[in-house]
Write a protein that binds this ligand. Structure first.
Ligand SMILES: *Cc1c(COP(=O)(O)O)cnc(C)c1O
Length: 232
């Protein structure tokens, strides 16, 4: 784990690389939102990023986020929290209560649950539709040919504010064709947000049009080995 000073320096370095990638792509630096992915890291590891001015964070598990963010938010009320991991139906209400953006809507049922919980709680997160650009069986996300119908259902049937599309390209492959596919799909369905690019490939993603990059280890350091994201 990075110590506080490392985190601050890592964050500055990532921001500089984002600005540089924007510059090379002929885009304004403010075009790209940095979502700092703090999953697996405790509040003490997150505080230095907050102290350095970072306000947009991503978490992949509802329960884990519920354990640390309410207290951090009391201190930093302008934090914007994104859910970037799979959402199970039974966690929808808790997710709607806590997150400002849910990036992982990949079926109609989840869209409906988010809308229902939003009615009940009087706050509805904005959403991204997650796309399984690599047609990977084990991976979440709607198939590319299902994007138009799901975006329409989110908007028209459920009244959700669809910011854009999100993808996680297959590991160990060139991500560029996946980023291009996501951009083409977004243009086709008329959404502007593109959440793509992680620590290893965010500069490439920006070059291919990313509006949101999700960067974890390049800011907070290496994470402990993966545990299955079973509790969503
Ligand atoms: C963990 C995670 C990230 C961040 O990954 P890093 O390689 O640490 O930058 C981005 N997106 C999703 C969906 C993740 O689960």
């Amino acid at each position: 784990m990075a110590d506080g000073r490392d985190t601050e320096q890592n964050l500055a370095a990532v921001k500089a690389r984002i600005a540089d990638a924007c510059d090379r792509a002929g885009r304004a630096a403010g075009d790209v939102v940095l979502v700092a992915v703090s999953k697996t890291f405790a509040a003490d590891a997150i505080r230095p990023a907050l102290a350095a001015g970072q306000r947009v964070f991503g978490e992949n598990r509802v329960q884990e986020a519920e354990g640390k963010w309410p207290a951090l938010r009391d201190a930093f009320p302008d934090v914007e929290l994104h859910l970037i991991g799979p959402l199970q139906s039974n966690k929808t209400k808790a997710a709607v209560a806590l997150f400002d953006v849910i990036q992982t809507v990949d079926r109609e049922r989840i869209a409906r649950r988010i809308a229902e919980a939003g009615q009940e709680l009087g706050r509805t997160p904005k959403v991204f539709v997650q796309v399984n650009t690599g047609h990977e069986e084990q991976k979440a996300g709607v198939a590319p040919d299902g994007v138009a119908a799901l975006v329409a259902s989110c908007r028209d049937a459920h009244g959700l504010d669809v910011l854009g599309l999100m993808c996680i390209p297959p590991v160990d492959r060139d991500p560029a064709p996946h980023f291009d596919l996501l951009r083409e799909l977004a243009a086709r369905v008329g959404v502007t947000g593109l959440s793509m690019g992680m620590s290893a490939d965010f500069a490439t993603a920006i070059n291919h049009g990313a509006t949101h990059v999700r960067v974890g280890s390049a800011i907070f350091g290496a994470r402990p080995p993966l545990t299955p994201p079973a509790d969503g």
